[in-house]
Design a binder for this molecule. Structure first.
Ligand code: FAD
Length: 317
């Protein structure tokens, strides 16, 4: 079932989770162990992130270095199918521009369609680790909007080979990313909102936000979206904080702020367990407030901390 249908048919705020594919070399059991404690909350859907290949330098026996391509977390599409099969829940694979030619993207979409997956979250992806800024693959898409248009075309039966006749239409429900604290490359919030609006005008059904820790920023973002004419559901993305390193890592990696009330409380903690307690309390406070304000879905980035998320969700369902 499509994410947008879940939202339209819901009588209350829904719950959804986001997981990473297991690291290469680990079995899918690691992911099932991660999801098992979360399934009692009946998530409407589960997102699975996409991780592109990276170049790394391996040292040879003679001291020279060799550039090799590694993909640490393969398998997004098949993991979605496996989760659907095991838990009978809808899944949302993330699909990125980075590393894909448009032909490879079409093949990936056809595979997803054959697997019975009706949803995709369409993203640009970040710069590869060896690049200073995002570089599209030769013959690939530069912006999420361009990738989105390819999905919309396939939904209309328009494939890259235009000689194909009487083609099958896919039926993907399309989500896109939004940034309550602005995407770090956008010159200003107004420009970022216009690009977001064009993603919706091109066919996005809903938006999922980057994580935020100050609900006021989410509410201001929703208001600003509505003012520029973006009417689709805007799903808040939520993440637990559980160690002190995140005080620096999260702002640096995701270009977001942690509110002083949260960072001051975290600084006072003496152990990781205390930090995790403070982080859980904050996540619960955010979740309750968002639910009271009628958000369509609470989307949790579970990222290695399913028990923290489970303890919070238990209090709000
Ligand atoms: P875009 O919408 O293409 O925007 C990128 C930048 O370009 C923005 O600054 C925007 O303002 C600007 N822009 C957009 N269109 C135009 C235009 N036509 N002309 C000029 N400027 C333009 N990354 C992964 O690699 N894998 C994942 O699984 C993943 N999951 C994510 C899930 C969520 C919910 C979020 C919020 C992010 C996720 N990311 C993921 C990270 C994401 O790929 C990065 O944030 C990336 O830098 C931007 O992606 P986007 O889809 O928002 O890009």
């Amino acid at each position: 079932m499509k994410v947008i249908d879940h939202i339209n048919q819901a009588k209350d705020t829904l719950i959804s989770f986001e997981v990473l594919p297991p690291l290469k070399g680990r079995g899918i059991e690691a992911l099932y162990n991660h999801l098992d404690p979360l399934m009692e909350f009946k998530p409407a859907f589960i997102n699975v992130t996409y991780h592109r290949s990276e170049h790394v330098f391996k040292k040879n026996a003679d001291g020279s270095f060799q550039k090799v391509v590694v993909r640490k977390r393969p398998g997004t599409e098949s993991i979605c199918a496996a989760i659907m099969n095991k838990y009978n829940v809808d899944t949302v694979p993330h699909l990125i521009c980075g590393g894909f030619s448009i032909n490879e993207t079409e093949d990936a979409l056809i595979n997803l369609h054959y697997l019975g997956i009706d949803n995709v979250l369409v993203l640009r992806g970040d710069a590869a680790k060896n690049e200073t800024s995002f570089e599209p693959e030769p013959g690939g898409h530069k912006y999420a909007c361009d990738l989105l248009k390819q999905v919309v075309n396939l939904n209309s039966g328009v494939y890259l080979e235009d000689e194909l006749k009487n083609t099958h239409k896919t039926k993907f429900c399309i989500g896109v990313a939004g940034y309550p604290e602005k995407h770090f490359e956008a010159p200003n919030m107004a420009a970022d909102l216009q690009y977001l609006k064009s993603k919706v005008e091109c066919g996005a059904d809903y938006i999922i936000t980057q994580m935020f820790f100050d609900n006021a920023k989410y509410y201001a973002f929703v208001k600003a979206c509505r003012e520029v004419g973006i009417t689709v559901p805007i799903i808040p993305g939520l993440k637990p904080v559980y160690n002190r390193k995140q005080l620096n890592v999260l702002p640096k990696t995701f270009h977001i702020d942690l509110p002083p009330e949260l960072s001051v409380e975290m600084e006072k903690c003496k152990t990781d367990a205390e930090v995790e307690r403070v982080g859980s309390e904050w996540l619960l406070y955010q979740s309750k407030d968002l639910k009271q304000n009628g958000v369509p879905v609470l989307h949790y980035y579970t990222l290695g901390r399913p028990h923290v998320v489970a303890n919070v969700v238990k209090e709000i369902v």
